[in-house]
Write a protein that binds this ligand. Structure first.
Ligand code: GAL
Length: 427
């Protein structure tokens, strides 16, 4: 991350723009306890609502809560701002970061161990092993996990599907047939947001459908150039590009809230996106599982691409240590995990939380998460920073985003660039 800053990813102008986009710190009067400042990028109605659950818990404990909000879905810019805060010796108490980035930050020595809380609260027994491993550095917890998002979802407006006289698609061929039928029925088939993190979120699932789970592992986890620049990757890119002809014209640069709203309000038939979108649909009064169907992205029903949101804990002054411990404890509290995930569209990361109050899609996500873990098809999402360090992901995002935007860029060229982008990473 520091390297990204040195390379000029965040020039002074960008930094100024970013600072201008920060929401004012909230909190009110001095609290008798400590202070927690949380850096995050949760600005949509449902995201902010979910986070408010945590805020009230900390207030109840007598701590002052400050938001350090960087408005930007997917969190790319939030990571740049985080680097700038840490580099200037003023880290927040905690930051919403994920997978590989947690390890990177821990490696710089910026994170603080929360093992005392984790041991007392028995996190090892409550978390799936593949999640708890990513929350630890050198065997000690440095981050607290909030949830599990499934990335490989396809959402379909049930009314649009009926109008097109079509059935939920299980393969990409079926998907394009449904899209064609919707188009003929006068419906925009796909509400699409072309932003690099979202482009990759869709593309990684197309890669699973075309090449299979082992191919995904070789390409996106092992970064094997022979898989990245391969006939399967070219085929995946070609399939991915076909989505474009069925997408709304306004897709370029459109944020995820806007495309979700198109589906929610009947202005498009389908949406390819993780289940944070479900929270927005619910907030607008739509019922996931009946009004809006949730099925795995075509060709990926056997797999689960996961995205775990976590709060990584930074070094804080002694005065705020207890507030930080209370924050870690609150994140893994059973009732909080239920309330937060009901509002967020994700499923609890704690395995002992009842799903009785959750909708059908969340229950299906939970069953698929467990089944995928058993069969070895639980895959860390590349798009969401679960598989590779931030600078690697950013380079790969960029290739897919340019491929989507530029019709003159061939699939062969994009596959070659993807391999180069993965290879350059870390240098
Ligand atoms: C994801 C994040 C989710 C969700 C989404 C949109 O990367 O894990 O929590 O909010 O971005 O901002």
């Amino acid at each position: 991350m520091k390297r990204a800053l040195r390379r000029g990813v965040c020039g002074p102008l960008l930094a100024a723009l970013l600072l201008a986009s920060l929401a004012p710190a909230q909190g009110g009067n001095r609290a008798p306890g400590g202070e927690v400042e949380v850096l995050h990028f949760w600005t949509s109605g449902s995201e902010a609502g979910a986070l408010a659950e945590l805020q009230s818990t900390l207030h109840r404990k007598g701590h002052l809560w400050k938001n350090f909000t960087v408005a930007n879905g997917g969190g790319g810019l939030a990571m740049v701002m985080l680097a700038s805060r840490v580099n200037s010796g003023n880290p927040p108490t905690a930051a919403q970061i994920k997978g590989a980035a947690i390890q990177e930050w821990a490696h710089t020595g910026a994170l603080s161990s929360i093992d005392d809380v984790a041991n007392t609260d028995k996190w090892n027994a409550l978390l799936p092993r593949n999640v708890s491993d990513t929350m630890k550095y050198n065997g000690r917890y440095v981050a607290a996990p909030l949830n599990v998002h499934r990335v490989n979802w396809l959402w379909i407006d049930a009314a649009a599907l009926r109008k097109a006289n079509a059935k939920p698609p299980a393969t990409w061929d079926e998907f394009f047939a449904v899209a064609e039928a919707m188009k003929k029925a006068g419906i925009i088939p796909v509400a699409y947001s072309s932003q690099s993190w979202l482009d990759m979120g869709t593309f990684e699932s197309v890669a699973i459908a075309v090449g299979g789970v082992d191919f995904y592992r070789r390409a996106f986890i092992q970064l094997d150039p022979a898989a990245l620049n391969s006939p399967q990757m070219i085929q995946a890119l070609t399939t991915y590009r076909r989505i474009k002809q069925y997408s709304s014209n306004a897709s370029s640069g459109q944020d995820w809230v806007a495309s979700t709203s198109m589906l929610t309000h009947g202005r498009a038939g389908m949406l390819l996106m993780g289940d944070w979108a479900k929270a927005e649909m619910q907030a607008a009064g739509r019922r996931p599982g009946s009004d809006i169907l949730c099925i795995a992205m075509p060709g990926t029903a056997h797999a689960f691409t996961f995205d775990v949101d976590a709060l990584a804990m930074f070094q804080v002054s002694d005065r705020n240590k207890q507030a930080q411990r209370d924050l870690a404890h609150a994140v893994m509290d059973k009732d909080f995990q239920q309330a937060f995930n009901l509002a967020k569209g994700s499923i609890p990361v704690r395995q002992d939380v009842s799903l009785d109050k959750f909708d059908e899609c969340a229950r299906r996500a939970s069953a698929d998460f467990k089944a995928s873990a058993r069969r070895g098809t639980l895959l860390p999402s590349l798009a969401h920073g679960m598989a590779q360090p931030a600078h690697t992901v950013a380079r790969m995002w960029d290739v897919i985003n340019r491929f989507w935007s530029n019709d003159r860029m061939g699939a062969g060229e994009a596959a070659a660039q993807l391999a180069r982008a993965a290879g350059q990473a870390g240098r």
